[in-house]
Design a protein around this ligand. Structure first.
Ligand SMILES: Nc1ncnc2c1ncn2[C@@H]1O[C@H](COP(=O)(O)OP(=O)(O)OP(=O)(O)O)[C@@H](O)[C@H]1O
Ligand SMILES: CC(C)(CO)[C@@H](O)C(=O)NCCC(=O)O
Ligand SMILES: [K+]
Length: 248
């Protein structure tokens, strides 16, 4: 059994796949290293390998791998920056600086689509990446995701305060808000939608109608309706991770 980890800024996404029947045995989302170890211990037996991608500091990632080594007696292989992988060429001036989650997601997308791709990752941060049909990564954009937009408003104002349940209720429509929660929640949703529309326009300028859109990240579902032809691919980073870190 292989443990796969996507260590983001807010969460660790994990899953376990079996070596033989390439199926996903189990997985989840956790908020801390300890929670990860508890969840894996509860659900999995017989781990023999681990591969991971992390956008955290090397210190944090090293600490996590040490804990996993202790808990499960496994070594962890890390995805590393690359100028080129599986027919995709990194478009950053300094390829090492492209977030590894973005890199693996776009490698995974190109591997699946084999044509020009627009990859949108809608999580804590929102990112977009453009890959041409010949595998050249053109670059992309980074902006705050809905959780960050919402929290910035809460942190930097005195009168924007509401609880999670109210937030959840406010999201049921996109009509002009008639309460603070509605105004903020719907405003942030519309920002996200505006971003998605702009990315689609840019992709059309490059490639006409011949490109594939991939949506991933926690808020992918909230914009899926805007792009009916998009592939919603929650596991895109893991597809790229398997390519970056093949285990013999
Ligand atoms: N407390 C929680 N328990 C389980 N799942 C959660 C919890 N909070 C959020 N999630 C889910 O976890 C996933 C987080 O992924 P998302 O792509 O939104 O974050 P991210 O951008 O990857 O964050 P990170 O910066 O950690 O990479 C989402 O699918 C979200 O619905
Ligand atoms: C943008 C995030 C935070 C998204 O998770 C991550 O990909 C990252 O830390 N990237 C480094 C900066 C960059 O990609 O240019
Ligand atoms: K992410």
């Amino acid at each position: 059994m292989i443990l796969e980890l996507d260590c983001g800024n807010s969460f660790i996404k994990w899953r376990v796949i079996s070596r033989d029947r390439a199926g996903v045995a189990c997985g989840g989302v956790v908020g801390s290293d300890l929670e990860l170890i508890e969840a894996v211990r509860r659900k999995v037996q017989g781990l023999d390998a681990c591969r991971l991608v992390s956008v955290r500091t090397d210190e944090e990632t090293t600490r996590l791998t040490a804990q996993l080594g202790e808990a499960f007696a496994i070594e962890c292989v890390w995805a590393r920056p690359a100028a080129e992988l599986a027919g995709v060429r990194n478009g950053y001036e300094e390829y090492q600086r492209l977030g590894l989650d973005r890199w693996l997601a776009l490698v995974g997308a190109f591997h699946q689509a084999r044509c020009a791709c627009l990859v949108l990752d809608l999580g804590t941060a929102v990112t977009s990446d453009f890959v041409a049909g010949d595998g050249q990564h053109l670059g992309g954009f980074i902006c705050p995701g809905v959780p960050l937009m919402r929290n910035q408003l809460r942190t930097h104002t005195r009168r924007i305060r509401y609880d999670d349940a109210t937030a959840e209720q406010a999201r049921h429509s996109l009509m002009p808000g008639r309460s603070t929660a509605e105004a903020v929640e719907r405003g942030c949703s519309l920002m996200l939608q505006g971003f998605v529309h702009t990315q689609l326009e840019l992709a059309r300028e490059y490639w006409g109608a011949s490109f594939q859109v991939f949506l991933t990240g926690g808020d992918a579902g909230t914009v899926a309706g805007l792009v009916p032809a998009a592939r919603v691919a929650p596991d895109l980073v893991f597809v790229g991770l398997a390519i970056a870190c093949p285990l013999s």
